[in-house]
Design a protein around this ligand. Structure first.
Ligand SMILES: [Zn+2]
Length: 181
């Protein structure tokens, strides 16, 4: 709200069929009044001493000096997430508890613990592959492992309940996840 009032942000209003309108504070006040007169749900309004404003759900910043970090933290959980909790050898989706990480090139053969050498594996496949090279074990990962390019932010939002009007933006980031993973 303060960003809106000092003019550093505008409210994005989603209309029908993926049309979006931006409002500065003046026009948002007008829009709030109209919207209230038309009987929009009362929970959707913020009350101040002088104003009743519709709760902004999406804002666009006019300046943005801190981009979220693009690097995804290298963690066990994020490797599972990159591989969609799917064993990269048998292709079955498992619960985290039943998953392990497998070094594609085993550690004793110089394989590193890195995004491009670790894959999600179920315990059975992990045991079966043991410390063999993929060709030896005849077990190749379903997808060539690589560092994911999604941002932890978008996945953490997606896992939560989200407001209807966010869907357009979050679905968009979901499709980017598909493309870059
Ligand atoms: Zn498996």
């Amino acid at each position: 709200m303060s960003l809106l009032f000092v003019g550093h942000a505008q409210v994005v209003q989603s209309g029908d069929e993926n049309n979006f309108y931006t409002h500065d504070v003046e026009s948002w006040i007008d829009y709030s009044e109209t919207s209230r007169a038309l009987g929009s749900s009362t929970d959707d309004f913020l009350h101040s001493v002088k104003l009743i404003l519709k709760l902004p759900r999406i804002i666009v910043l006019s300046e943005y000096d801190r981009l979220p970090k693009k690097e995804v933290k290298f963690t066990r959980q994020n490797i599972f997430q990159r591989d969609k909790f799917t064993c990269q050898y048998c292709g079955v989706v498992f619960d985290t508890k039943k998953l392990n990480l497998d070094h594609v090139v085993p550690r004793d053969k110089g394989g590193k613990s890195s995004w491009d050498n670790l894959v999600t594996s179920c315990i059975v496949c992990n045991t079966r592959k043991s410390n063999k090279m993929p060709a030896e074990a005849r077990m190749f990962p379903l997808r060539t492992p690589a560092a994911p390019r999604w941002r932890p932010f978008s996945t953490s939002v997606q896992n939560q309940e989200c407001h209807e009007s966010w869907r357009h933006f979050l679905d968009l980031s979901a499709s980017q996840v598909e493309m870059s993973a």
